[in-house]
Design a protein around this ligand. Structure first.
Ligand code: SF4
Length: 496
């Protein structure tokens, strides 16, 4: 096997307005507005900022008729300003809005978990898209599967794939190939497994639809970037992915440099390599090679560990092959890679994309980011975030925070900062911070506690999937959340 080469999974070309994805086209970057879709001026201004940051595809939520109708005004204003940004409508629950949106935008995203298929609405939408040259995204999300699929498969990667394949079968039967598919989750292990299983299912069916990648609710800051890079990087390293979105709970234009960095990091590779880990595709069959406690290091390998350093241009494949070729199948392995970049964020994203997949797949047992331009404590923090993003070692509170969109009911960036300030010392806890009650509860599927926008200025609190308190005034909600964590014995005082 040639370890210095890389090949993307073949896919058909899909046209999204002036943008082309799949086929021979480079991996494209996408983002989403967090403005009110009824506010034309604010939405247009934000789309233009995102476009200027280097992102040619932008999605807006269209939760009702009014938002769906306003999309044509937004597109007209953008074109009048000279922007050819591909505009995508995000539809949940109301199929009628999909057909309104399809008259205005370049692509429509529907979620099979909440889009009815029994009465011919999907078939009608496909014909409408064909007629207007509009692309369709079948966007499955972990946590929002239909009841029928959930009852059969549970909230699993297999259920996500079955949900997508039902819709893809309809597209295929109608010979409509302007289709993109995605399988997002905030849990990197679920997300990677779902995409790999989807590729297998599509190969089996002979489908070559392009794939859009993303980790949902990744949070913000370095942690959000590392989490996205682990999930997206694992798949790009497999040659899977034609478009990507790095979802951050920050201004959407902040997502673009990280997304572009990931695209560039993989984009220059050419050629072919084998994917060597089929038995690890599903979290239900997931296993680690060894049972050793996961260490991090920045100066020397841990005793008893085999140190493997990646030196080639394809570090993930190089290390994966080296580990799988070790004579002793459970020998603990520490993986190492050197990064000369002066930006800590660049080092973190590259290391997460290169080494994260090996941790995620249970192949590596320790990590060494060799970054001489940065101090040891900063690198140790990055290594710990990487282990947490790969779900191997939980050292700090994890925030499953939505990136916000036109449905968001409060200032999520400010609120996340306030919640983080009070709770970041609680290791082993996952706190969901979600902008709306429509999609929030499902999409924070893995969270221990949830803080969810219920109405303007009102918050509903969850423990797991159970509602504990509804419609608390937002000024009081953080105190109630802390009281809830304490009442369940999950609180500890911060060390001075
Ligand atoms: S949880 Fe609600 S507010 Fe947040 S991104 Fe999803 S739809 Fe938008």
């Amino acid at each position: 096997m040639d370890l210095t080469t890389f090949q993307r999974r073949p896919s058909v070309e899909v046209r999204i307005g002036e943008v082309r994805i799949g086929g021979e086209h480079p991996i494209a970057v996408q983002s989403m507005t967090n403005t009110d879709t009824n506010d034309t001026a604010a939405s247009v201004a934000q789309i233009e900022r995102i476009d200027r940051a280097g992102c040619p595809i932008v999605r807006l939520t269209a939760q009702g008729r009014r938002e769906g109708e306003n999309l044509k005004n937004i597109v007209a204003a953008l074109r009048a300003d000279g922007y050819q940004t591909a505009v995508v409508a995000d539809i949940h629950f109301v199929p009628e809005v999909a057909s309104i949106a399809a008259e205005a935008v370049d692509k429509v995203r529907i979620n099979p978990g909440n889009y009815r298929t029994s009465n011919g609405e999907l078939e009608a939408l496909i014909e409408q898209c064909r007629e207007r040259g509009v692309a369709l995204r079948i966007g499955v999300n972990h946590g929002s599967l239909s009841k029928r699929i959930f009852d059969r498969y549970g909230d699993t990667p297999e259920g996500m794939v079955a949900s997508a394949m039902e819709f893809l079968d309809v597209c295929h039967a109608r010979q409509f190939d302007q289709v993109v598919v995605s399988m997002k989750s905030s849990n990197t292990r679920v997300m990677v497994a779902a995409y790999r299983l989807l590729v297998e299912a599509m190969e089996h069916a002979g489908y070559h639809y392009p794939i859009h990648l993303g980790v949902t609710e990744a949070g913000n800051g370095l942690e959000g970037r590392i989490k996205s890079a682990v999930g997206i990087g694992a798949l790009l390293a497999d040659g899977i992915g034609d478009t990507i979105r790095v979802s951050l709970t920050e201004a959407p234009e902040n997502e673009i440099p990280t997304a572009r960095l990931l695209v560039d990091h993989f984009g220059h590779r050419a050629g072919h390599f084998e994917v060597l880990h089929p038995e690890r595709y599903s979290p239900t069959t997931y296993r680690r090679r060894s049972k050793i406690q996961i260490p991090v290091t920045h100066d020397e390998p841990h005793e008893g560990f085999r140190l493997l350093e990646a030196l080639s241009e394809n570090p993930t494949a190089e290390l994966r092959a080296a580990i799988l070729n070790l004579e002793q199948a459970d020998e603990p392995v520490m993986v190492k890679r050197r990064y000369e970049d002066s930006s800590l964020e660049v080092v973190a994203v590259k290391a997460a994309a290169d080494l994260g997949p090996l941790l995620l797949d249970g192949l590596a047992d320790g990590v060494w980011i060799d970054a001489p331009q940065h101090d040891a404590e900063a690198i140790r923090e990055v290594e710990l975030m990487l282990l947490q993003a790969a779900r191997l070692r939980f050292s700090h509170t994890e925030y499953i925070a939505c990136p916000s969109c036109g449905r968001t009911l409060y200032d999520i960036e400010k609120t996340l900062a306030e919640i983080r300030a009070k709770t970041s010392h609680l290791s082993n806890l996952r706190i969901g911070v979600m902008g709306c009650i429509v999609n929030g509860p499902g999409e924070m599927a893995d969270a221990d506690y949830g803080y969810v926008g219920a109405a303007p200025g009102r918050i509903t609190l969850y423990k797991g999937r159970e509602v504990i308190e509804r419609n608390i005034p937002q000024e009081e909600a953080l105190d109630h959340l802390i009281a809830l964590i304490k009442a369940n014995g999950d609180w500890k005082e911060e060390r001075a």
